[in-house]
Design a protein. Sequence first.
Length: 316
Amino acid sequence: MDLISIVVPCYNEEETIPAFYKEVTGVMKKMNVEFEIIIIDDGSKDKTLETAKQLRKQDKRVRYISFSRNFGKEAGMLAGLQAAKGDYVAVMDADLQDPPSLLPEMYEAVTSGGYDCAATRRTNRKGEPPVRSFFARMFYKIINKISDANIVDGARDFRLMKRRMVDAVLQLGEYNRFSKGIFGWVGFKTKWFEYVNVERVAGQTKWSFWKLFKYSFEGIMAFSTTPLYISSVMGFIVCIAAFIMACFYAIKALIFGDPAAGFPTMVCIMLFLGGIQLIGIGVLGMYLSKTYLETKRRPIYIIRESEDDSGGNDRD
Ligand code: UDP
Ligand code: MG
């Protein structure tokens, strides 16, 4: 029988984990497979870890990994993928926004459908502020134009992968992880499942607008160097424009004399050039900072305790 590992990154999800567990075990019972649920407690401040431990006591198919602090969802997913023992690995949110009822179809696609991966995308963005939807759409348009990782609009992190693909994903050992890009970049045959967006069962979303905004920049920088190219091209264009203008004014002064005008023009040009230089330096700096973090080779997450080494304070 196949073993399916279900990786669930959790940050302050004490309210949703029990519901999640119930739903998933219900679906799994109907499938002819073995499974394990790996709960990654991403430094939660509530009782997420206790809830996970409680479930572990009742059901040994539940495993947990608890981080020493909040390392972010990307780190959580990585830890889960590394810990997963399954022939197939699924990544799911704890809040039931990723319907477990899709799992049988997804499993079917990767076992008998000839696919390596079953991924999901939502078809609408119901229950989301319009500004956020607008920026999200723009982000997908831009990143697909300027990078070679094919990133699907509305793609969720919810997916089921074959072991081979999981190993490929794990080979990408970068510090700045942008999963949506990584999954696309490794390739493999992917079948897309669509579903209508559902709102989370309980608790709060962990993503503020600015967090998402930052995340989108990180995605672009992790998968494209086009911004560096754009700033070079911009510099080049401005230089040529400046040269033409210089010629024009020199000739004009020779023919008509210089009545000492042109102060506003100077100010505009100076501001414009200053702006372009700052943008260029900023873009350069962002890439440099990413390189700096990569070269430090810091661990992506730190485990405080997990079910197989109980950190010395788990008494069962
Ligand atoms: N999450 C996490 N670490 C974080 C933020 C979020 O592990 O720092 C988890 C969270 O517990 C949930 C999933 O990532 O299981 C998706 O988060 P959320 O539902 O808040 O995002 P949304 O669905 O609103 O995009
Ligand atoms: Mg959610």
